[in-house]
Structures are given as structure tokens and as C-alpha cells.
Design a protein around this ligand. Structure first.
Ligand code: MG
Length: 248
């Protein structure tokens, strides 16, 4: 499944898949507020999928029980929606996938609920900008390491820790395809990008350690020092001269 090139029809389907994903994340970002449970957010996402006539590839993936991953504060990724109540001042990671006619897209945002501390806002801004920098390194002929290096440079500028055990990936026919796209490492290394590939770039950073552990639910990944974490992700199409962001 390495270096898979999408057909024109598959690219059209990926665009539609990405549009549904982006609009769902926008709805979630607008409606999230203190007092809601993380399950409420999953219900909203499931309703959006249903209204669009598509399915969510996260549900059932290795047995994951929801269409949306909701990860709060020191939870980095893969949080299972449930009874947890969102509070003013939380940051909430929303990681989502859409399957439209077999075209799978993957995207994530981290949302500040109400007022957050300046250093937390800085974490969110830097991670989002790292995604922008990573995407700016994409074009046919560039190498995966160019993306990794661009992401790392931006996160290091704010002295954030990069969670090295988590990475971006190819996406499209399946949720996780080759190649792995690390969020650190030297430029000019790794597989070459070709026009027509679709990849998910997802910087993940923390205010403290890069060390993680798996929570008792066997899904949620957390920082071992309790520091807060941020993730932003887009699925992009590699083009001859750059990237087309499919999930915005
Ligand atoms: Mg992903």
C-alpha cells in the first residue's frame, strides 16, 4: 500500500469525504461548551455522518467504540467519548474520520473551551502552525522527511515536546497506510511524494514531556507528567506543485 496513487475518481471522492469531515469539525467547534459530555460530541458527529449518508471509519477500528476521538487536556489522542463533562478552560482534541464511497479522510483540531492560559493558547497556535508548515513542504518530488523537518522546526521554536511515538500516515483506501510521517527528523530523507498520493499530516505536541502511557481503557494515550497536549491534522492531496488540503 506504499506510495499509492489515487485515480481521478478517487480524488473526487476524497474531496467530498474531506468536505464532510471539515464541516463536521466546524459544527463541533461551534457547539462545544462547558457542561457537555464527550459523548454528546460523538452523538453530534454521528448525526452529521448520518445526515451526509456516510460512515465513520473510526467506529469498529480495532474495536474502537465511537465515530470520534475526544481527548481532553493531558489526554493526547484516542480518547473514548463517554460521561466526562467538559469544563471551562479545557482544551479538547477532536479527531475524526469520514468514509465516502470508500474514500477515507482523517482530520483533527484541538479546541479551547472558554479562556485558557496564554501558554496553552501558544501550544495550540504552534501545533496548528506546525501543520501549516508541514503542508507547505508537500509537493511532487519532495520527501517525507521534508514534512517531518518542517513540523519539528516550528514546534521547537516554542520549545514544545514532540510526541515521537505518534505520527502521520498515508490515508485513502484505509485509515492508516504507508508511509509513516514522523513529526521530527532530517529533511531530504524517506520516500518521495508523488502527485495523486493522499496523506494525513498530524503534529502532536505537549507542554511537558514527550513520554506517554496507555490509559486503563486501553485506548486513551496520555502524557506521563500530566502536561497538556495538542493535535491538528489534515488529509492532503499531493500535487505537482504543492498540496491540496482536503479537510478544510
Ligand atoms: Mg491520523
Amino acid at each position: 500500500m506504499s506510495n499509492r496513487i489515487n485515480t481521478p475518481q478517487e480524488i473526487e471522492n476524497m474531496r467530498q469525504s474531506g468536505r464532510i469531515l471539515a464541516s463536521t469539525l466546524r459544527v463541533l467547534a461551534e457547539r462545544i461548551q462547558p457542561g457537555m459530555t464527550t459523548k454528546d460530541l460523538d452523538d453530534i458527529a454521528a448525526a452529521e455522518l448520518k445526515a451526509a449518508g456516510v460512515t465513520g471509519p473510526f467506529k469498529g477500528y480495532d474495536g474502537f467504540p465511537a465515530v470520534l476521538c475526544v481527548s481532553v487536556n493531558n489526554e493526547i489522542v484516542h480518547g473514548i467519548p463517554g460521561k466526562r463533562v467538559i469544563e471551562d478552560g479545557d482544551i479538547v482534541g477532536l479527531d475524526f474520520g469520514v468514509d465516502y464511497k470508500g474514500a477515507i479522510t482523517d482530520g483533527a483540531i484541538t479546541v479551547a473551551v472558554g479562556e485558557v492560559a496564554p501558554k496553552v493558547q501558544k501550544l495550540l497556535t504552534a501545533t496548528q502552525e506546525a501543520l501549516v508548515e508541514g503542508i507547505a513542504a508537500v509537493r511532487a518530488g519532495a520527501r517525507i522527511g521534508d514534512i517531518s523537518h518542517a513540523v519539528e522546526q516550528r514546534l521547537k521554536r516554542d520549545r514544545l515536546s514532540i510526541v515521537e511515538d505518534l505520527a502521520g500516515h498515508g490515508v485513502g483506501h484505509e485509515l492508516h497506510e504507508d508511509p509513516i510521517i514522523l513529526n521530527y527528523g532530517p529533511a531530504n530523507r524517506g520516500p518521495k511524494l508523488e502527485a495523486g498520493m493522499t496523506i494525513a499530516i498530524e503534529p502532536i505536541a505537549t507542554l511537558g514531556t514527550k513520554k506517554i502511557y496507555l490509559g486503563p481503557d486501553q485506548w486513551t494515550i496520555l502524557t506521563i507528567d500530566g502536561s497538556w497536549a495538542s493535535q491538528f491534522e489534515h488529509t492532503v492531496l499531493v500535487t505537482e506543485d504543492g498540496a491540496e488540503i482536503l479537510t478544510q
